[in-house]
Design a protein around this ligand. Structure first.
Ligand SMILES: [Zn+2]
Length: 230
C-alpha cells in the first residue's frame, strides 16, 4: 500500500510536475516552490544578524524595539516582486509559508530572536481579507513559526479599511492611526517578547500604527520581521 502510493505520487509528478514559480522549470525532489537557482538569486539582506541595520534604524525614535529586520530587498521588476505578487494576488499562500520558513531559519542564527515567544502577523481589515481569501502576513508568520517553533496568533485586528488617508488633515490622520489597530487579546501578549510580521516594509507607518495597539500592556518586548524592505 505504501509502495503503491509512493509510485502513484511519482507518476503524478511526471504528469503534473511542480514548477518553479519564478522560471517555470520543473522542480526536482527537495525543491519547494522555487528551483535552487531562483532561490539562490533572491536578494537577501542578512539584516537579522546586524544590530543597526537600515530597517531597525527606520524605527528609531518611533517605536521601542529589541530588533527589526527584513529578509529580502524589495526591488521593482525583480523575481522577488513576482513571488510577492503571486502570494498577494494569485492565491499562492504556500509561497508565504516557504519564504517565511527560510527567513525563520536565518532568525534562528541571529542572536536577537532567541527570546521571541509569540509571532503576530500584521492583520488585514476583515473586508480585505475576505476579498483576498487570506492574510499573506499570516502565511509568512506561519513559516517563521515552523522554523522558530514558536506559536503564531492573530491577536491584533485592523479597524480601518483605507490604507492611505492623503486627503485628510494631519490630526484626522493621527486619530486614524491611533484607532487603526486594536489588540483583541492583551492577556496573550502581556509579559512576552512579540515578533510582529509584515510582508513589505516601506515607510514603517503600518507597523508603527500596529505597535501602538500594544501601548496599554504593562510589560512586553517587541521585534519586527518584514519579509522584504523597499
Ligand atoms: Zn526557477
Amino acid at each position: 500500500m505504501l509502495q503503491h502510493s509512493f509510485i502513484g505520487r511519482n507518476l503524478l509528478d511526471l504528469v503534473f510536475p511542480n514548477i518553479c514559480v519564478v522560471c517555470t522549470r520543473a522542480l526536482v525532489r527537495g525543491e519547494n516552490i522555487l528551483c535552487t537557482n531562483c532561490n539562490y538569486e533572491l536578494p537577501r539582506t542578512h539584516f537579522s544578524t546586524h544590530e543597526n541595520n537600515p530597517v531597525h534604524q527606520l524605527f528609531w525614535g518611533r517605536i521601542v524595539l529589541n530588533h527589526a529586520s527584513a529578509y529580502f530587498h524589495y526591488r521593482k521588476g525583480s523575481s522577488f516582486q513576482k513571488l510577492l505578487h503571486q502570494l498577494k494576488y494569485h492565491g499562492k499562500y504556500e509561497i508565504g509559508i516557504e519564504l517565511g520558513r527560510q527567513f525563520g531559519h536565518e532568525l534562528l542564527i541571529s542572536p536577537h530572536y532567541h527570546t521571541v515567544e509569540l509571532i503576530v502577523p500584521v492583520p488585514l481589515h476583515p473586508k480585505k481579507e475576505k476579498e483576498r481569501g487570506y492574510n499573506q502576513s499570516l502565511a509568512i508568520a506561519e513559516g517563521i513559526s515552523q522554523a522558530l517553533k514558536v506559536p503564531t496568533e492573530s491577536i491584533i485586528e485592523r479597524k480601518i479599511y483605507a490604507e492611505t488617508q492623503t486627503k485628510k488633515s494631519r490630526i484626522d490622520r493621527w486619530q486614524n492611526v491611533e484607532e487603526a489597530f486594536h489588540l483583541k487579546h492583551p492577556q496573550k501578549a502581556e509579559g512576552k517578547h512579540l515578533l510582529l510580521v509584515d510582508d513589505v516594509i516601506t515607510t514603517g507607518a503600518t507597523l508603527e500604527a500596529c505597535a501602538l495597539s500594544l501601548r496599554n500592556l504593562n510589560d512586553y518586548q517587541l521585534s519586527i520581521a518584514g519579509l522584504a524592505a523597499a
